[in-house]
Design a protein around this ligand. Structure first.
Ligand SMILES: [Zn+2]
Length: 501
């Protein structure tokens, strides 16, 4: 177990300052020449640091690792004892590093809009990834998600890093099919899913040769990498391999097992508990890899999640109501042949779209229908939001209405079957970001990071904070850099030295 902590008794002054990292300007200390990373010899500073691997000094920030533990709720690290959780790495980070008691997410609180907010600093209505599911009013392509980076409308951290000549690694990060980086293993799957045959596609769309090399190094990799169930251990295998061989300046690693098991068994229940403990182990592997690679002294590790979870027992299909009102036409096989209105659901919420801008009659029917549903118990609809309210929430400006599901309910987008039926999953997300159970997690750790709480964090602040650490300009971000406690450590001074025990 690595224990990293600041010296408490220091000659000549305080170790820890709480500072706005933009003010600290750590990146100004980095070498001016950033190109030719792959071939340049180790800098004197790196060589110096390697000599002191047992007692590293926090240097300028050269590497940022963001690990997203999909669906992880802040109680995991704020109160692990309440759930009997063995999460020694997270406990240590809370003791020694910086953490948020709960981050404000984006609307809707689902995976792809949230992860894209984290790498752009923008709300979904601005960055363009407004739901997980692809636009499919006629039901095709079935089961498609917004996998493609080309749909992101604003600059991403990986775009900016690449433009500066920095090395980037994107490992199963959502919306990265077609993204350009030093290493890219995009999250992508085909329906039906989960066979070795399908995994060939993932090998083909990843950086050539990379996954074969990972499979050679970690013999269990192929068995654990069957997208969309790419196990956390397999994805961390890729992360470890990339840290050791490429030493990226920006690494984004997305682990999805916690989310999967929380959907299945509920938050802090059943198989979600060992999944959280396993995620903790994978975070420890990432830290160990950076130490082995000799980059930890200049690394900031940020652990985040995209949303929380809330238990559900029932679900509603508003699309069935649209069919009943004649706003969706089905053929004799139940296939959609035409539509005037469309439900694009995100479990805890849904967008309602109208096909024709001038179709005032359909708009009137929809407003009456959903307002009535929201006023009655047992419909599964809690609130209806107008187009103007959606825009103010940072949601999709193309949507006519948005619905929020009632407590214990999920909204699904199908047009066949009963309008109301029992839930098929124990827990869901996608509700308003104001709901306490929807709050994402955030922890920040590394030799340069001090101990303390991060106040007022929002998901849209992640990218501006990372950009500041790496000296990147994220000009159109809607978020801003967070105040994270840092050590003012200089390589030339003992003051602020961070030690390993
Ligand atoms: Zn998620």
């Amino acid at each position: 177990m690595h224990r990293v902590r600041a010296k408490t008794a220091i000659r000549g002054g305080a170790v820890l300052c709480v500072a706005l990292l933009c003010g600290a300007n750590l990146t100004a200390q980095r070498p001016a020449a950033r190109r030719g990373w792959d071939t340049r010899p180790p800098s004197p500073q790196t060589a110096h640091s390697r000599l002191f691997t047992q007692r590293p000094a926090a240097g300028p920030i050269e590497h940022v690792i963001v690990v997203s533990v999909d669906g992880m709720m802040p109680q995991t690290y704020l109160n692990p004892d309440a759930h009997g959780l063995k999460v020694p790495t997270l406990r240590e980070i809370v003791r020694q590093g910086a953490y948020s008691e709960g981050v404000r997410g984006v609307f809707p609180t689902v995976t792809y809009p949230s992860h894209t907010a984290m790498v752009t600093g923008a709300n979904p209505g601005t960055h363009g990834i407004v739901t997980n599911g692809a636009w499919a009013p006629l039901g095709v392509p079935a089961g498609a998600w917004r996998w493609y980076a080309q749909e992101i409308r604003v600059p991403t951290l990986w775009d900016l890093a690449r433009a500066r000549g920095l090395k980037t690694a994107l490992i199963f990060w959502p919306v990265t099919v077609g993204a350009r980086g030093t290493v890219v293993v995009p999250e992508f799957w085909r329906e039906p899913t989960g066979t070795a045959e399908d995994a060939k596609l993932n090998f083909a769309i990843s950086t050539p040769g990379l996954l074969d090399a990972v499979a050679k190094r970690f013999p269990d990799f192929r068995a654990k990498f069957l997208p969309p169930r790419a196990e956390d251990e397999a994805l961390t295998d890729v992360g470890v391999y990339v840290i050791e061989t490429v030493q990226p300046n920006l690494l984004l690693l997305h682990l999805a097992d916690v989310d999967h098991w929380q959907h299945e068994d509920g938050p802090f229940a059943g198989r979600a508990l060992p999944a959280l403990e396993n995620a903790d182990k994978q975070i420890a592997r990432v830290i160990a890899a950076a130490k082995k690679a000799g980059t930890w002294d200049q690394t900031v590790l940020m652990i985040v999640s995209d949303h929380g979870h809330a238990r559900t027992s029932q679900r509603v299909r508003p699309g069935v109501w649209l069919c009943e009102k004649g706003l969706v036409k089905l053929d004799e096989n139940g296939k959609i042949t035409d539509w005037k209105a469309y439900v694009l659901a995100s479990s805890g919420s849904a967008y309602i779209y109208v096909k024709e801008k001038e179709d005032l009659e359909t708009r009137k029917i929809l407003v009456e229908m959903f307002q009535q549903a929201a006023s009655k118990p047992g419909t599964g609809i809690r609130q209806v939001f107008t187009h103007e309210q959606i825009v103010a929430m940072g949601g999709d400006p193309e949507a006519f209405l948005a619905l929020e599901a009632a407590e214990g309910w999920a909204i699904v987008g199908e047009t066949k079957g009963d309008a109301i039926s029992p839930a098929t999953q124990a827990a869901e997300h996608g509700y308003l970001p104001e709901r306490p159970e929807m709050r994402p997690s955030m922890l920040v750790y590394g030799p340069a990071i001090g101990h303390g709480k991060i106040e007022g964090a929002r998901l849209i602040d992640v990218a501006p904070t990372v950009a500041r650490w790496l000296g990147l300009k994220l000009e159109k971000a809607e978020g801003k850099p967070l105040e994270v406690p840092i050590h003012h450590a200089q390589a030339s001074s003992d003051t602020g030295r961070v030690t390993t025990h």
